[in-house]
Write a protein that binds this ligand. Structure first.
Ligand code: UTP
Length: 281
């Protein structure tokens, strides 16, 4: 399967940090967010990745490109570990780019992938969402897709106060972690939400989605919503993914992800734990 990573959004929730830099390039601990996303796709067996970019997103392309000058300097100064790390980033996968001309919403961003996808099911990984799990989230989702052969999206139980931020599903449980989805609604007020199961940034879509996106009228926020396009698909399954998801477009979630990921790094773990203990005592 090919993967599509939409990363063209304006990131207004993260202003002013995102005024002159893409939110997908904000570091989480020691790497830019989008590198985690690409690594998830690659570790799920995907080697063809299309990133949807836009104005002001050039640093994303530079990050995944070779940097001969930097490599030369690292080599000559004997920094072999750094050199290996830098080379690995540009060798990870075949990465292609297409620009979304106007930020008209996630559905519109995905429609920019139509020619590249070429009539096959494909994975979508939001460029501002990181997952942490033993088996990569995308791999778990692909396994579920192969069982049902139909659109499959990652869902997660969210507390009431977060419902208004997400697409929410209505569905019936058909096995331990799988729901058959009957309806979806984008960012509902809590009293209109059909459940507390939120759509969380990883999707396997069938190519018919492109026709459905074309028919969608602008919805919440005047944007072409992917959720609205998925509503008219014949069969959609929701998979409660085993792991953690962070939407780094939200400042608090971004901070939490940096702390949690740093706490799992052997080199900084004990110093950070000590600091947090002191801070909170
Ligand atoms: P978000 O809605 O979280 O991103 O989209 P945003 O629009 O940048 O955020 P705010 O609300 O203004 O802060 C989720 C993902 O979809 C991409 C974003 O880059 C993000 O990775 N996206 C969103 C696009 O590629 N194009 C769009 O028109 C909208």
């Amino acid at each position: 399967m090919k993967a599509v990573i939409p990363a063209a959004g304006l990131g207004t929730r993260f202003l002013p940090a995102t005024k002159a830099q893409p939110k997908e390039m904000l570091p989480v601990f020691n790497k830019p967010t989008i590198q985690y996303v690409v690594e998830e796709a690659v570790s799920s067996g995907i080697d063809d990745i299309l990133i949807i970019t836009g104005k002001g997103k050039r640093s994303i392309e530079d990050h995944f490109d070779r940097s001969f000058e930097l490599e030369y300097i690292l080599k000559n100064s004997g920094k072999t570990e750094n050199l290996k790390e830098i080379e690995a980033i540009s060798d990870m996968a075949d990465i292609y780019y297409v620009r979304q001309k106007k930020q008209k919403g996630l559905g519109d961003a995905i429609s920019c992938a139509k020619n590249h996808i070429d009539g096959e099911p494909f994975v979508v990984l939001l460029g501002d969402t990181i997952t942490q799990s033993k088996i990569p989230c995308t791999k778990q989702l692909m396994d579920t897709f192969y069982r049902h052969q139909s659109t499959t999206i990652a869902i997660e139980k969210v507390p009431d106060e977060k419902i208004e931020r997400y697409g929410i599903i209505k569905g019936s449980k058909i096995s331990e972690s799988v729901y058959k989805i009957e309806d979806m609604v984008e960012k509902p007020p809590i009293n209109e939400a059909p459940s507390n199961l939120a759509i969380t940034g990883r999707y396997i879509l069938v190519p018919e989605i492109f026709d459905h996106i074309e028919k969608v009228q602008p919805g919440v926020g005047g944007e072409i919503q992917l959720t609205d396009a998925m509503r008219s698909l014949d069969e959609v399954y929701g998979y409660v993914f085993d792991g953690k998801i962070y939407d780094i477009g939200n400042t608090v979630e971004w901070l939490k992800s940096s702390i949690e990921i740093a706490l799992s790094d052997e080199k900084v773990k004990s110093e950070l734990k000590h600091y947090l203990k002191e801070l909170l005592s």
